[in-house]
Write a protein that binds this ligand. Structure first.
Ligand code: TEU
Length: 552
């Protein structure tokens, strides 16, 4: 971990372009919109942006279904908008990380059109096909609805194709070296433009056993651990090493493995420098905790982070995040979004992300304390996942109300409502009709209002960013969990060259007590989310209080 690298020191800010800023009134965010907000992004103090896919796409899965890897989605703008965006970011010292979505393409990609046209087309083996005369292929689930089949029958060639995600996202066949070369070329195309890295989408799924063996019956009946079964295919690491020697090693870039197995040891395999694969492991265990952290339990949660840290303490590198575009809002899932506690718990969670060991991946809007919109009807949702699941339950005569109630807490679109810029129509996101309903609380929760308030969630986030920058111990220091069994407080020490920083986080809406062997009163509080410098007393923290204390 001690080998210095820009991507270890960086704070990455995730932009979901569809919902960030619309410049032309069509209701969809776009690249010019991002350009118009670069000074805002710069003002946060962040160093790099991860941009969700902006390539040509029919948008079955909001850009994760790509029909041309070298073109910009028309909703988002043009290639010259992109070139300008990159130049303007670099001018401000902000790096750009792009999404690389090559586990699958769109069914509207030229490769797939060719592939499905005949069994002897030269693109046939770019995808996974099963000829119908061999009978039905063995069952696989499709991600967006665990009850549906990932094999889709295609009459033109009397065969089935595999799609782990939606049926408009056929899986690419990585066993084919020609396909792998195509991917390498796409990567070079963007790297030659000067981008600074890739977030590798759904990468743990690229390698498959092309004999498609039967799944064990207990897995078919209870598909609880998809990653374990679908991930880590037989040639996964081979393909990544090949990509490293062909492409990655020739550029100065950062790569982040989205999905990295389901244990710290598996995650390490992607980013152990000796293996020459990728740089940062972005595993899902910090978000796959059910509906709310309360149900999961803080002690278990702390142990999970600590177990990863133990494996990663001398080598490899992790991402730290609590939200992204596939997740509900951070404050609604890990904190408390009631009017009383939304701001204070948002600040506490941000403190966690920015003081842990690993590169923070911070999601747009969390710096305002944006929360779940809690849509009432299916019409308000657009997400292929929510819609597919709804249709399936409807067809089976299941409980649709219970489903909609649950989606208010867990739907992916909770995190995708438009960025709340100001109190104008549609929160200043668009002058037209927004593609997705704006959260109705935008009149009070918006960036403009928070700019003016020194105690806002936004201005606290800026202070936190500065605090991380001022204290290299937060990047390169060791992490030690304290008060391990405490069910309410997360306490840890970060330490580098004798400099110690203690972080105390109360995850509850009540006063909480911590138990440490040393006295804190005489030490300096460098940041506190209650905006006062009250020394810590009586081993107590106020509701959702977070404190950073310097020990010298
Ligand atoms: O997600 C891939 C993926 O594995 C996630 O569904 C993940 O398992 C989940 O977030 C864990 O909680 C990526 C994109 O982030 C998602 O938006 C796409 O729909 C998907 O790939 C298909 O491209």
């Amino acid at each position: 971990g001690k080998d210095p690298k820009w991507w270890k020191e960086a704070i990455v800010y995730q932009i979901y372009p569809r919902s960030f800023k619309d410049s032309n009134g069509d209701g969809v965010g776009d690249l010019k919109g991002i350009i118009s907000k670069l000074n805002y992004i710069k003002s946060l103090g962040i160093d790099a942006v991860w941009l969700n896919p902006i390539y040509a796409s029919p948008n079955d899965d909001n850009g994760y279904d790509i029909s041309n890897y070298r073109e910009i989605m028309s909703d988002f703008g043009t290639m010259s908008d992109f070139d300008l965006l990159l130049a303007e970011m670099h001018k401000r010292g902000i790096k750009l990380i792009m999404d690389l979505v090559v586990n699958h393409s769109s069914d509207e990609h030229e490769w797939f059109k060719q592939s499905r046209s005949s069994r002897d087309n030269k693109y046939r083996d770019y995808y996974h096909w099963w000829p119908a005369e061999k009978g039905k292929p063995s069952y696989r689930w499709s991600w967006f609805d665990i009850n549906s089949n990932a094999w889709k029958y295609d009459a033109t060639t009397d065969s089935y194709y595999l799609h782990y995600f939606s049926e408009k996202q056929p899986d690419l066949n990585w066993e084919n070296p020609r396909l792998r070369n195509e991917v390498h070329d796409i990567m070079r195309f963007w790297l030659d433009k000067g981008i600074d890295g890739f977030r590798m989408d759904a990468f743990q799924f690229i390698s498959k056993d092309n004999s498609y063996p039967e799944l064990p019956i207990e897995i078919v009946n209870k598909p609880v651990e998809i990653i374990k079964f679908y991930g880590n295919g037989p040639h996964l690491h081979e393909y990544i090493q090949e990509m490293n020697s062909e492409v990655l090693s020739k550029y100065n870039l950062m790569t982040v493995a989205e999905g990295a197995g389901s244990t710290p040891i598996e995650a390490m395999k992607f980013v152990d420098p000796e293996r020459k694969e990728l740089d940062i492991a972005y595993h899902f265990e910090s978000v796959e905790i059910g509906k709310h952290l309360h149900d999961f339990g803080l002690v278990k949660y702390k142990n999970m982070f600590s177990n990863y840290d133990t494996v990663f303490k001398d080598k490899g590198w992790l991402a730290i995040f609590l939200a992204n575009h596939d997740q509900p809002r951070m404050v609604s899932k890990f904190g408390n979004d009631s009017p009383e506690f939304r701001e204070i718990s948002s600040k506490m969670l941000s403190t966690f992300i920015l003081t842990m060991r690993g590169t923070p991946f911070y999601y747009q809007g969390d710096e305002l304390g944006m929360m779940n919109p809690r849509f009432e009807t299916i019409e308000e949702y657009h997400d292929v996942e929510t819609r597919n699941k709804y249709t399936n339950i409807k067809n089976k005569g299941g409980d649709l109300n219970a489903f909609l109630e649950e989606q208010k807490q867990i739907a992916r679109e909770n995190g995708r409502t438009p960025f709340q810029w100001d109190a104008n129509k549609n929160a200043g996101f668009t002058t037209g009709d927004s593609w997705l309903k704006v959260n109705q609380n935008f009149k009070t929760i918006n960036a403009e209002a928070q700019e003016k308030d020194p105690k806002s969630v936004l201005n606290y986030f800026r202070k936190l960013v500065q605090t991380r920058k001022d204290n290299p111990a937060f990047v390169y220091g060791t992490y030690t969990l304290l008060d391990k069994e405490n069910p309410n407080v997360y306490a840890y020490m970060r330490e580098l060259n004798g400099k110690k920083l203690l972080v105390l986080l109360n995850f509850t809406n009540d006063t909480a007590t911590y138990n440490l062997k040393f006295k804190l009163e005489k030490h300096e509080v460098i940041l506190n989310n209650y905006n006062d410098s009250t020394p810590v007393k009586n081993n107590q923290l106020r509701p959702y209080e977070s404190v950073i204390i310097k020990f010298e």
